[in-house]
Design a protein around this ligand. Structure first.
Ligand code: GLU
Length: 306
């Protein structure tokens, strides 16, 4: 079956590091409307791999909020914490193909690497041809994916043509952390493939990660979904909304926040009186071509405490 014959599959993949806020709601609505408007399915994945950062109970809170806001996943909720064996299997495939190497560099050492235009530090290649003798005694090692000479080009459905020279702009990147946990970049690729996701709709803060994910998809021989990166909601400080930048948890009353998020996405006016009406009207009115083709936009005042 070709991609064109398959019903689209979208997903929302929150990390349970706190309550859902306006920024997460924007990504959730955009991904859900985009999938449903073209007769597709929409899935939810809890990205709870990073146990040190996970907040106990946050996942249950997120799922309860989604429910209250009228989101209904078209399939079981996937939890990354239950999928370690799948990440290990993908790592084994990459290792067998000669794509990985062990890295014994410490965070402090890596903090001295030069910064690329993406704002990230480029891995200097220290362990690429074997861990140097002065680091050989270190047992804590991450696994990195070779960037080689990959130049990844793709067209984001909203942000347009993208191109990243992986070696120069990112360098070899971590796919399994030194604590043994699969890195976000690897887990998201394995899970998007396992869930047959055809369309990734998420915040533009992840645009610069996408070439790494495409590089991994190519190395693993899985299909690449298409990508649409919606503007990230920023607070008064100009930073992405998050608990640290004063984002409020979503209010109990869904309708005003749903309406704010709809306006943020610059969609045609709708006038729902209930959550059910919101979803019926939003899915019917969804127009990706109306989305603002920018990386960030100010959140409404009601979304922050500052
Ligand atoms: N878990 C990520 C986050 O909450 C999103 C990952 C993704 O959509 O690829 O920022």
């Amino acid at each position: 079956m070709t991609r064109a014959d398959e019903p689209p599959v979208g997903r929302f993949a929150p990390s349970p590091t706190g309550a859902l806020h306006f920024g997460s709601l924007v990504a959730a609505i955009a991904s859900c409307c985009d999938a449903r408007a073209s007769g597709g399915r929409w899935l939810v994945r809890i990205e709870d791999l990073d146990e040190p950062r996970a907040v106990p109970g946050a996942d249950a809170g997120i799922l309860a909020t989604l429910e209250r806001y009228g989101f209904r996943a078209d399939g079981p909720i996937l939890r990354q914490s239950a999928r370690r064996a799948h990440y290990d299997a993908a790592l084994a495939v990459l290792a067998a193909r000669g794509r990985l190497f062990e890295c014994a560099c410490t965070r402090r050492e890596l903090d001295e690497a030069p910064i690329a235009p993406t704002g990230e530090r480029v891995y200097p290649g220290t362990c690429r041809n074997g861990v140097p003798p002065d680091r050989a005694a270190r047992a804590q090692r991450s696994l990195r994916m070779r960037a080689d000479d990959a130049v990844i080009a793709f067209r984001d459905r909203l942000q347009g043509a993208q191109r990243q020279d992986l070696a120069r702009e990112v360098g070899d990147f971590v796919v399994r952390r030194a604590d043994g946990i699969a890195a976000y970049q690897l887990a998201v690729v394995v899970d998007d493939a396992a869930q047959h996701v055809t369309s990734v709709v998420r915040g533009a803060d992840l645009l610069a990660s996408t070439p790494r994910q495409i590089h991994l998809q190519q190395a693993l021989g899985v299909a690449s979904p298409d990508y649409l990166h919606v503007p990230v909601a920023i607070g008064a400080s100009g930073e992405k909304l998050s608990k640290q930048t004063g984002a409020r948890a979503l209010p109990d009353d869904p309708l005003p926040a749903l309406a704010d998020a709809w306006r943020f996405l610059d969609q045609a006016p709708i006038a729902p009186r209930t959550v059910g009406e919101f979803w019926a009207q939003a899915i019917a009115a969804w127009s990706p071509e109306r989305l603002p083709p920018v990386g960030m936009l100010p959140a409404p005042r009601s979304a922050t405490r500052l």
